[in-house]
Ligand binder design. Structure first.
Ligand SMILES: NC(=O)c1ccc[n+]([C@@H]2O[C@H](COP(=O)([O-])OP(=O)(O)OC[C@H]3O[C@@H](n4cnc5c(N)ncnc54)[C@H](OP(=O)(O)O)[C@@H]3O)[C@@H](O)[C@H]2O)c1
Length: 247
């Protein structure tokens, strides 16, 4: 009984801590006009959301550069797709990949759940530095529902089990990632999806601050998240904010 109460107290403290971190509300980003975006860098292109992004971006006539650790994992060949081999933790290769782009889309993720890591935050720091150095303005980055103002909105299963047991370090690094982005001088949009699936896209999704729920776990297809993220490259509706997305 004492152990159960201690565990629940830990889960609640983590929930409160996550709710106080993440994106910091900052001054509105001055934007004269929606940028003309044709060349984009996708980081995390071999992942689930990343592959959907690459495929949809090519369909939408973007010139796509993919920064990948293992090109063999990206089974898409296209005349408008350039693949750069490299690790996001390598600032030099990130700088090469960012140079000449109009925008960056980041869907980094990893499976090193059970010990502290800074892959998401340090990788994003490298991206932000390279963007600043090369005058690249727009960043659209995927984090997760459950961070900052959306804490608890992945439902009770995530709040009481998945986040405190499996993902505490991972989510904490996501809060650092969001903070870095919101403190940057880029035109940024943070996209916080619900539980991801590889299901068929609906072609639309719910989005905003009220997405998700405190009881049931909301879901969304990666393909729908990818479409929403690509829409943020030229739209200004969600600039400087973290947007929840679910089906
Ligand atoms: N799963 C969910 O239900 C869920 C819900 C909400 C949010 N999210 C978040 O959404 C994001 C994307 O999720 P996903 O499932 O679509 O992605 P994913 O399949 O986990 O793919 C992650 C991508 O990041 C790349 N990556 C990892 N470390 C890297 C490094 N050091 N340098 C360069 N690339 C690196 C991976 O490359 P490799 O192929 O080389 O490993 C892969 O392409 C993640 O941050 C995840 O936490 C997930």
């Amino acid at each position: 009984m004492i152990l159960l109460l201690a565990y629940l107290a830990y889960a609640m403290i983590l929930l409160i801590a996550l709710s106080r971190r993440g994106v910091i509300c900052s001054v509105p980003i001055p934007v004269e006009a929606a940028p003309a975006v044709s060349r984009i860098l996708i980081v995390g292109a071999t992942g689930g959301t990343g592959r959907a992004l690459v495929a949809q971006a090519l369909d939408r006539d973007f010139n796509v550069t993919a920064l990948v650790r293992n090109p063999a994992r990206l089974d898409i060949v296209h005349p408008r797709l350039t693949v750069i081999r490299g690790d996001v933790m390598d600032a030099a290769v990130v700088n090469v990949a960012v140079r000449g782009q109009d925008a960056v889309v980041c869907v980094l993720g990893h499976k090193r759940f059970f010990y502290p890591t800074r892959i998401l935050s340090e990788g994003t720091r490298n991206l932000l530095r390279a963007m600043e150095a090369n005058g690249v303005r727009r960043l659209v980055c995927q984090t997760s529902l459950g961070i900052g103002s959306s804490a608890g909105r992945m439902g009770v299963y995530y709040t009481l089990f998945v986040v405190p047991v499996i993902l505490p370090f991972y989510f904490w690094d996501k809060t650092r990632q969001e903070r870095l982005i919101s403190a940057s001088r880029t035109e940024w949009v943070v996209v916080r999806p619900a539980a991801l699936s590889n299901g068929a896209p609906l072609g639309t999704c719910r989005h905003g601050g009220e997405v998700g729920g405190f009881v049931l776990t909301p879901g969304v297809a990666r393909a729908d998240v990818a479409r929403f993220m690509l829409d943020q490259l030229s739209g200004n509706d969600h600039l400087g904010s973290a947007v929840g997305v679910s089906s």
